[in-house]
Design a binder for this molecule. Structure first.
Ligand SMILES: C[S@@+](CC[C@H](N)C(=O)[O-])C[C@H]1O[C@@H](n2cnc3c(N)ncnc32)[C@H](O)[C@@H]1O
Length: 286
């Protein structure tokens, strides 16, 4: 028997998910949304979407249930060295710029803000190592990887990857930074693993976002596409607060903050656009 929600149930549940995580499902994705809701209804032995809505809103186990639902709803597609022009820009322009701007403090802070299974922050760690820029002279490079999905954060901490994760990786780099772990899996070497600190974090949770401060660069690639304009605005404004003055925001190559926020300056790098927090806000505010 096929399952279908009423329009009202669809709205109640999608508003709930939009309010919690910013995720928006429209058009063809509504079908997927309903299928995932049904899966959680079955897991909880609930027969109607309305009952599930009440469970999600008012049951004492609602936080755990929201976590389970979000784990099902997020798209966690990722791989190492994703989007070559951006990767080249990081090595050629961004890392040297970060080194220069922190030449006094000798500490650089980079945040991969929706890091999925860790491929992105581990890529950044490998680029830092490959650059050789921070090896001598007492430098500390802190890389943070966060994601709302508890399962991918767990996987990221494990650091075990299958073949698809390497579709953008040079064979030489795979051999250098990973060890074969059998059954088509490769484990990231400790040298890289220890450079990244992982935690679960919701980009739409202001209290959590306030913990991230003084970042030199934030990577939030291929995530904003799942939010509506208001959601993109909220998150990009919170990133602005998390960045140090003149810090950089890197979004996906096909994403844009056009008509979303005017808080950033656009910096053209080779083949790529970067967003930068101005060094002093107009009027000397925050
Ligand atoms: C398509 S992956 C992108 C991963 C990586 N940034 C990349 O470009 O390869 C999108 C990630 O965003 C995460 N995500 C979605 N909504 C989020 C939110 N509100 N807070 C934090 N992470 C979120 C998902 O769990 C998923 O892992």
């Amino acid at each position: 028997m096929s399952f279908q929600m009423t329009e009202e149930e669809q709205k109640l549940l999608s508003d709930c998910v939009r309010g919690y995580a910013g995720l928006v499902f429209s058009g063809a994705q509504e079908y997927l949304f309903q299928k995932r809701i049904k899966r959680r209804m079955d897991a909880n032995k609930l027969v109607s979407a309305r009952e599930y809505y009440h469970f999600l809103r008012f049951d004492p186990r609602r936080d755990d249930e929201m976590r389970e639902l979000i784990n099902l709803l997020t798209v966690n597609e990722t791989y190492f060295f994703r989007e070559t022009p951006q990767i080249e820009m990081v090595s050629r322009e961004l890392l040297p710029a970060l080194k220069e701007r922190r030449s006094r403090e000798k500490t650089v802070r980079i945040w991969s803000a929706a890091c999925s299974n860790g491929a992105e922050p581990y890529t950044l760690a490998m680029l830092v190592l490959e650059s050789g820029l921070f090896q001598a002279g007492g430098w500390k490079v802190e890389i943070f990887g966060t994601d709302i999905n508890s399962e991918v954060v767990q996987a990221a901490r494990k650091g075990m990857f299958g073949v698809p994760a390497f579709r953008g990786t040079d064979e030489a780099l795979r051999k250098k930074y990973f060890t074969p772990a059998g059954a088509g899996q490769w484990e990231i070497r400790d040298e890289v693993k220890k450079m990244v600190k992982f935690s679960q974090m919701n980009l739409h949770n202001r209290a959590q976002m306030r913990l991230m401060r003084d970042m030199d660069a934030i990577f939030c690639r291929n995530v904003l596409i799942y939010f509506d304009t208001e959601g993109k605005r909220e998150v990009s404004e919170m990133f602005h607060d998390s960045l140090a003055p003149s810090g950089y925001l890197v979004i996906g190559q096909t994403e844009s903050l056009f008509k979303v926020t005017t808080l950033y300056t656009i910096v053209p790098m080779t083949n790529v656009l970067l967003y930068q927090k101005p060094s002093a806000p107009p009027g000397g505010g925050k």
